[in-house]
Design a protein around this ligand. Sequence first.
Ligand code: UPG
Length: 414
Amino acid sequence: LTDQAFVTLATDDVYCQGALVLGQSLRNHTTSRKLAVLITPEVSSGMRSVLRSVFDEVTEVDALDSADSVRLALLQRPELGVTFTKLHCWTLTHYSKCVFMDADTLVLCNVDELFDREEFSAAPDSGWPDCFNSGVFVFRPSLKTYNLLLQFAAEHGSFDGGDQGLLNSFFSNWATADIGKHLPFIYNLSSSAVYTYVPAFHHFGRDTKVVHFLGATKPWNYKYNLQTKRVMQDGTTSGSFHQLSFLALWWNIYSASILPLLEKFQKMEESESEEWKHTFRGVEITLKKVDPSVANSLQMHVLPEQAYEADPTASSSEELSFKAQPAYEAEQRGSSIHLSEPDRPSKQLASHPAFQETSELDEVASSVSELSIQLKPEEPNPEDERRKWEEGRMDYMGKDAFEHIKKKLDTFLL
Ligand code: UPG
């Protein structure tokens, strides 16, 4: 059944974490279908390698923004415009039928029977059950449908500013035409439904097949204790026992299968490459080892030069200096450089294990455009460290404590 696939979407490295857990959960439950992920240019090359080890197909598409800021503002979720990118799934015409799943969903068992359904099948949205939720749906890739959707979007926009409003208006007879196209709610259980109708959850919840962590707080925003295997609750975390156990399930997969992959690929890149390339909204930064015999001797190139200035001759084993143009701001956070453009949140531009982590810089550098990056002295024996990690001998209380792992992940996920 190679002409059918589960498809998901991740427009940045953060959502990729969700896509990876979803992909792994489908693999764990031995799906017989292909796994495909749509990404945008912002996804880093390291993350693409990790995605390729879980998914059969990693396809880059352009971000498609609804550019409908008024309606999105109504939703108080300006970032959702990016979900219009989801429409690209109709262009995967080498598949005859697909099941789309949001990157914040998780399967609890094999759900291949979804492919017995027809376009357009979806489960009711718990907020307005005459609408379907667009986090899980069955569709048939077709350029004709894709173009009709784009045309419809341009003419009518989306009543909620996201893809869900648009798709509900487009497939407007879903609520009444064919009950066969209503997926049971257990194929898209939003975690909030658990507390809005507790008795129903107690009665039917054990049959749940797909959990959807819908809303602004995603599983990867929680803290997880690797030793106790529990999601940590601080003052801001609320959630029923069941919600927490779904979250713990997500984190179990993440820590057991995804974290080691991320670690492995990061270490491979560090040890194999003499050159590191990072791309950020069309800006490319290259770090090159200048003198292999000198620890951490790096040279930095930034393209295009009109956006960011870096002295191409500046190379040193102790310091790299970097200057963002006046409109941009640069800051060092841990071992990564972040850049922000006017009115946009800052994003990581580059990280390198040789960057000295300086907490002082964190505080003072947020408003400056010029930055000197201190380079670390040589690390003691990274081979030994890697072997220990691979053998599962992690130093949980010391350097491999959760905060440090998290910090490390942040260097290429933020
Ligand atoms: N996504 C990205 N990058 C982003 C935002 C979203 O890749 O910056 C993808 C990802 O696959 C994600 C999906 O789009 O899972 C939906 O976005 P999400 O942040 O999960 O939104 P929710 O509020 O949880 O989802 C509701 C619907 C969803 C619909 C969305 C917008 O459940 O199906 O896409 O609203 O209409």
